[in-house]
Design a protein around this ligand. Structure first.
Ligand code: ACO
Length: 344
């Protein structure tokens, strides 16, 4: 005869406490502004086409002597001030970039040196335009795992340095800029609640820069064929984004145990205003719930989500206690979504 059985151990409840929160934000964009009219004097395009097809009116362009780390350092310094932290308190720096200063060392190491963040480890993260959201998720994991207490995630991009300024299909889209977020342990009700990351490497040909890597090192032939420029199948990317982003947002909301109605703001990657509108339509949400900054900045790749967060916090749209979803997609093909409650 068996004695009374012990009560089964209840299944582990999903973490109810948010353990990593964004504690500070910073942004830097180069002062030079390029308008659509400026572009129409450079390539066969028009203000009307660009506004109607993309929603972009202006973008910031780096000066010849500015590289990704220069923009990143400025944004990171501003984020440290915003967080009330010293560089020496950082344990890790993640630089989200598709346009590093050079293949190596990592741009994150250049930023670490310039900040004087002696204690911090540093690495770059490349998931194209999804990199910043991937970085926030990685930072939250590092904090939750006890590997780091304060992590700087910097999205820094100078796409203007890589695009072919005679290719109207791409050059009208891009802008330069950097946005940074400092994450640390959550003290109150704010913090990262759930995450989704995804990739479909089979769709990588849609957006790629084939030359200059180990597959096709620079040569006269690479330059002659223009393989040192990014190339993009914009229509396919558009369709894929509209298919994948709504699912990623819905899934991260489900993992956070929220409903879509409870999400105050979706802060998406800014690739095209029409993509935001199509995603909103597909999800049955008013497009006004999607923070849009593409009009003034263009597509700043990894910098677009932190720039949009910073803008929306700055103008009072995002307030403590708001539930947000950061969502991005980009070359790779990659996507990521992160659900978080705003506040420390
Ligand atoms: N000015 C004027 N006409 C143009 C321009 C331009 N800058 N670019 C393309 N066109 C023309 C095309 O040649 C085409 O002409 P045709 O009909 O005679 O062949 C016509 O406009 C329509 O071209 P489409 O490519 O079908 O235009 P579409 O409406 O798809 O818009 C766009 C193009 C804006 C690129 C869109 O497809 C898009 O936004 N896709 C997603 C891009 C994206 O998400 N990129 C992410 C990363 S980008 C990066 O990181 C660098």
């Amino acid at each position: 005869m068996h004695g009374p059985q012990p009560a089964p151990t209840p299944a582990a409840a999903p973490a109810a406490v948010c353990r990593a929160a964004i504690r500070g934000l910073g942004v830097y964009v180069p002062p030079r502004v390029l308008t659509n009219d400026d572009l129409s004097r450079m390539v066969d395009t028009s203000d009307a086409w660009i506004v109607e097809r993309t929603g972009i009116r202006t973008r910031h362009i780096a000066s010849p002597d500015q590289a990704a780390s220069d923009l990143g350092v400025a944004a990171a310094r501003a984020a440290l001030v915003d967080a009330g932290l010293e560089a020496g308190e950082l344990d890790l720096i993640i630089c989200a970039t598709t346009t590093p200063d050079m293949l190596f060392p990592a741009t994150a190491c250049l930023i670490q040196d310039r900040l004087g963040a002696r204690r911090a480890g540093a690495f770059d993260l490349l998931a194209a335009c999804s990199s910043f959201v991937y970085g926030v998720i990685a930072a939250a994991q590092a904090i939750e795992a006890g590997v780091a207490r304060h992590v700087m995630v910097v999205g820094a991009e100078v796409l203007s340095k890589l695009v072919d300024w005679t290719d109207r299909s791409l050059c009208v889209l891009v802008g330069d800029g950097a946005g940074a977020a400092v994450l640390g342990p959550a003290e109150g009700g704010g913090g990262v609640r759930a995450a989704v990351v995804g990739a479909d490497g089979g769709a990588g040909d849609m957006l790629k820069l084939p030359g200059g890597g180990s597959r096709m090192p620079y040569s006269d032939e690479v330059l002659r064929q223009g393989l040192h420029y990014p190339r993009m199948d914009g229509r396919t990317l558009f369709r894929l984004a509209v298919r994948v982003v709504p699912d990623a947002i819905a899934e991260v909301v489900r993992r956070a145990e929220w409903s879509l109605d409870q999400v105050r703001w979706i802060v998406p990657h800014q690739a095209n205003q029409r993509i935001l509108e199509a995603v909103a339509r597909q999800m049955g949400l008013p497009v006004e719930r999607f923070v849009s900054t593409i009009e003034h900045y263009g597509n700043t790749s990894s910098a677009s989500v932190p720039i949009s967060l910073w803008e929306a916090r700055g103008d009072g749209r995002i307030a403590d206690g708001d539930r947000l979803v950061l969502a991005a997609f980009g070359g790779g093909f990659t996507w990521a979504a992160c659900a978080l409650t705003w506040g420390r």
